[in-house]
Design a protein around this ligand. Structure first.
Ligand code: GLU
Length: 395
């Protein structure tokens, strides 16, 4: 029976990162020993100093509605953080706190996009960007990249993708799923193109900012000519191991921040009060307090790329940040392995789930159909076991 659902929801793809995580959970509940390398979720506990701030907030009876755009103290703390880490000057009235960076991005799309507008998505891109553009009745235009070029797009590609309908670009560095970090010079080269098209807005998703191994990431809005049309999105989930707390935020020109607040005021209101109080402590903490997690991720990155390199057919680059590897596995397409015909990355990802009990995410979900994503936000033991199983299933 077909239910009378809206065209809107019918046209919306399911989030494949969440779908794969749900599938892994389901199989585990059936008693299968699944190793989950699908979800980008730190396996650390939230640091004690942040948990203590939340407990204190409960005891101090923080239980009422918050201002829709967030507590002033949190917005001030975020301004301090933007100046400290990104050399960005924002005032509290340019900040909107949301229920995760995902909501911040959705707010921006809802308030800036009209039907028919085009959003540029350098591929690979995070699964929800395309869905969020669709929800805003915009269309999206993929700009492809290749593993040989560390999944970076060039200024010439950017310029060739721009049409009179282009309204925004969603830019993400460190990137999910590739782990790629653009250098300041590369940002400036892209900005030089955008300078010629003053009507294009930039949504700069910097959620993986602190998870970098060699170079500190740059911010689009730090380029003077981009500041007035850049929305800088960030959040607490990844760097502070706070995925379930749901706190994201943006810094933007005041008129965009105001519009996002208006949107949020009709949809969800202010973010959870306890999580916001804890977020004040988290964003003001020196980055050195979370360095142990970043160091651990780096160790795991080195382990996983070395292990994957030993498998014939996996083409690997070295991600510089985030906690994903995004190997090109197209060498397996057209082959029959273990009785299973592999036609594409989705088949391959499903094959790994069924024959190796390892959950990954197909590159199709990220606009890059030759690859799969493996999250190494898992223990070293799990990573080693997962790759051992993958090797065995493929042999
Ligand atoms: N952002 C994470 C990921 O890509 C969490 C899941 C999601 O919201 O997509 O795995």
């Amino acid at each position: 029976m077909t239910h009378p659902l809206s065209d809107r929801i019918n046209s919306l793809p399911v989030s494949q990162t969440l779908a794969m995580a749900a599938k892994a959970r389901e199989l585990r509940a059936e008693g299968k020993d699944i190793i989950g390398l699908s979800l980008g979720e730190p396996d650390f506990n939230t640091p004690d100093f942040i948990k203590d701030a939340a407990i204190e907030a409960i005891n101090q009876n923080y239980n009422s509605y918050t201002p829709v755009d967030g507590y002033v103290a949190l917005k001030e703390a975020i301004c301090t953080k933007f100046k400290r880490d990104n050399d960005l000057v924002y005032k509290p009235n340019q900040i909107v706190v949301s229920t995760g960076a995902k909501q911040s991005i959705a707010n921006v799309a809802q308030v800036l996009l009209n039907p028919g507008d085009e959003v540029l998505l350098p591929a690979p891109y995070w699964v929800s960007y395309a869905a969020i553009a669709i929800l805003s009745e915009a269309t999206y235009v993929e700009i492809p990249s290749a593993i040989e070029n560390d999944f970076k797009i060039t200024p010439a590609q950017l310029e060739a993708s721009i049409t009179p309908k282009t309204k925004m670009i969603f830019f993400n560095s460190p990137n999910n799923p590739s782990g790629t970090i653009y250098s300041e010079a590369e940002y400036r080269a892209l900005a030089a193109v955008l300078e010629k098209y003053p009507k294009i807005f930039i949504l700069s998703d910097e959620i993986y900012e602190h998870i970098n191994y060699d170079a500190k990431p740059f911010s689009f809005a730090a380029i003077e000519s981009m500041y007035d049309r850049t929305i800088t999105v960030n959040g607490l989930a990844k760097a502070f191991a706070m995925t379930g707390w749901r706190v994201g935020y943006l810094g933007a020109p005041e008129w965009i921040a105001k519009a996002c607040t208006k949107m949020q005021g009709q949809v969800t209101s202010g973010t959870n009060c306890i999580a916001q109080r804890a977020a004040i402590t988290a964003v003001l903490a020196p980055v050195s307090k979370i360095q142990y997690m970043v160091d651990e991720f780096k160790t795991r990155r080195d382990i996983i790329i070395n292990l994957l390199r030993e498998i014939d057919g996996f083409k690997i680059n070295v991600p510089e940040g985030a906690f994903y590897v995004f190997p090109d596995i197209s060498a397996f397409f057209g082959k029959t392995i273990n009785g299973v015909k592999i036609e594409n990355a989705s088949d391959f990802s499903l094959f790994l789930l069924e024959k190796a009990n390892v959950a990954t995410v197909t590159g199709d979900a990220f606009g890059t159909p030759n690859c799969i994503r493996l999250s190494y936000a898992a223990s070293e033991l799990q990573i080693r076991e997962a790759i051992k199983r993958i090797k065995k299933a493929l042999s």
